[in-house]
Design a protein around this ligand. Structure first.
Ligand SMILES: [Mg+2]
Length: 160
């Protein structure tokens, strides 16, 4: 089942809404980076809890029923809201963070080695991994503009 949907809210708009909710309640005083990271993980555990003791087919059926769908929706929202707060507190631009990490992941999991296999990157054929992401052209193919990439990773791009 592939029914992924996104509304028109940007991450920035959602982050502003979460910050407004926080500030209306004067909760910033409690939101240290550590407490936010703890809370993010607790919410992720609540999402995980929805699967506890269920068979794979029961978990897969959760979104098909109103109660299960609402529970999944609520916990996904809780996770994202805390992630937005963590990023805000740490001064991280989540859009940039995702694009940067996709480039790193593309280096670790080159398509020619990783397509259709679930093998961890450190067990992929080394010659394929050493090629990694090769060019800005390849980065563009995954929707990334890395022309200003100042990545300090040891696995630098090679030009072709
Ligand atoms: Mg929750």
């Amino acid at each position: 089942m592939n029914n992924t949907k996104f509304n028109s809210s940007t991450l920035s708009e959602l982050q502003q809404a979460v910050l407004a909710f926080r500030d209306e309640r004067d909760w910033k005083q409690f939101h240290t980076l550590r407490h936010l990271i703890v809370s993010l993980n607790l919410e992720a555990a609540e999402l995980l809890e929805l699967t506890q003791w269920k068979r794979d087919e029961e978990v897969a059926a959760l979104p098909q029923h109103a109660e299960g769908r609402e529970a999944l929706s609520d916990e996904c929202a809780d996770v994202l809201m805390y992630l937005l707060l963590v990023a805000n507190e740490a001064g991280i631009d989540l859009g940039e963070a995702v694009r940067s990490k996709l480039i790193k992941n593309a280096r670790k999991y080159p398509v020619e080695a990783a397509r259709g296999v679930s093998t961890k990157y450190d067990r992929l054929p080394t010659e394929a991994v050493s090629v990694g992401i090769k060019t800005t052209h390849e980065a563009r193919n995954i929707g990334i503009n890395n022309s200003t990439d100042n990545d300090t990773d040891d696995t630098k791009e090679t030009n072709d």
